[in-house]
Ligand binder design. Sequence first.
Ligand SMILES: [Zn+2]
Length: 459
Amino acid sequence: MSKSNPLLSAVSIASCKMIRTVLRKTGRGGTAIPGEIAMKISPEIPEVVSSGMEIIVVTGTNGKTTTCNMIQHAIESAGRECLLNKSGANLLKGIAADLICNSTWTGKPKTHYAVLECDEAALKQVVPLIHPKAVVVTNLFSDQVDRYGGVQNTLKEIRTGIEKVPDTTLVLNADEPLSASLALNVPNKIIWYGLDEGVGVRGDIDLSDAGTCPKCGGAYEYDYHIYAHLGGYRCPSCGYARPVPDVCVTSINRVDASGSTVNIRVGKKEQEVSIALPAVYNVYNAAAAVAAACAVKISPQKALDSLSTVRSSFGRLETFDLDGLRLQMILVKNPAGCNQAFSYLTSLDEDYTAVLCLNNQTGDGHDISWINDTDYEKLCADPHMKKLFVCGECADELSERLTRAGADSSMQQIVRDYNELLPLLKEEGRSVFALPNYTSMMEFRKVLSQATGKKEFWE
Ligand SMILES: [Zn+2]
């Protein structure tokens, strides 16, 4: 199918593999350079090295990394090997490099399956080159507005990508009206996942991202809400409504810091399933992973069983042991994700120390005004939250926001150096929840890794 030149392909593959090896030996694992050079030599190289593979691409605002991790685990639990782009390089060049390094020197893939996290804006460049079997869209929320130009623009970007791959199965969140609208006017097969009304989750309602009916422009009405703009929406003017999910969570029976137990119906069969990662948003990620496994003909039962042994990925409810104290790290980068993390913390029946870290580097988005749209009041009102440490380059702005949210000076403390933070956390002697945004997570995690002996992420 590809019209690539075999000699250029060979040079491209060799260059990528060798440059990456050298970069890693010198401690620079996470860069786009190997893929960039490989694609300069042969722009079709992703197509060559992914030929014959079954690939699942995961995009969307929140939950991409964890969903990818869950899908890979489901495929491996079914006895198949599966590539995952776990270095987090989710633009075209990074994905190209991961696929090349997963191939032999002659360009034959070493695994039949791959799960690839893909940036929303990069989807349209990536999918025509790798012909994925399935594209999962987790959800759409306002995120890094300065970079994408708003959530409606992100939706358009994703649609442009999807229109290039009509044979790809779409795995879509039935409860989230923006990404669900991607099913309209495309020939793709759709697998829907969602939470039923009966799950009893009543999170914060924020309909600012909901949009309007894609068929007639009317305003949605909701029969029930899960959180934010997710729930049982319908358009009273034209009858357009939330689709019935193929993979459906019918009840949430338990959620604590170690995970949750839920009932999931796949097709007509319903059963109780354990998910080894806590928080309601991971119930969505789990349902997405099961639906994606179905798209590549992995047994749904194997996928459901695998959820009880799934492990957290880099910074996503990742758990560290700090001299006997449990520290859970939750990456937060927008109001929706942050509010969901607060919902998780405040749902637990235990006292804790919270660490909030905020940077405004390029990897985070320079605009930190999203903290004004985030429900810190909910965190500050939680009687179990006993102490709040505020860190990062924007600690002063965040501290001011927390003061407005009700955290007085006895409750919160600014700490400038992560090395000084660790002894303070030990002194407090409670479980810790750390909620950093991206680059502050990298900085805090580095200090934590050194203190607790965890590996760097590309190892
Ligand atoms: Zn309508």
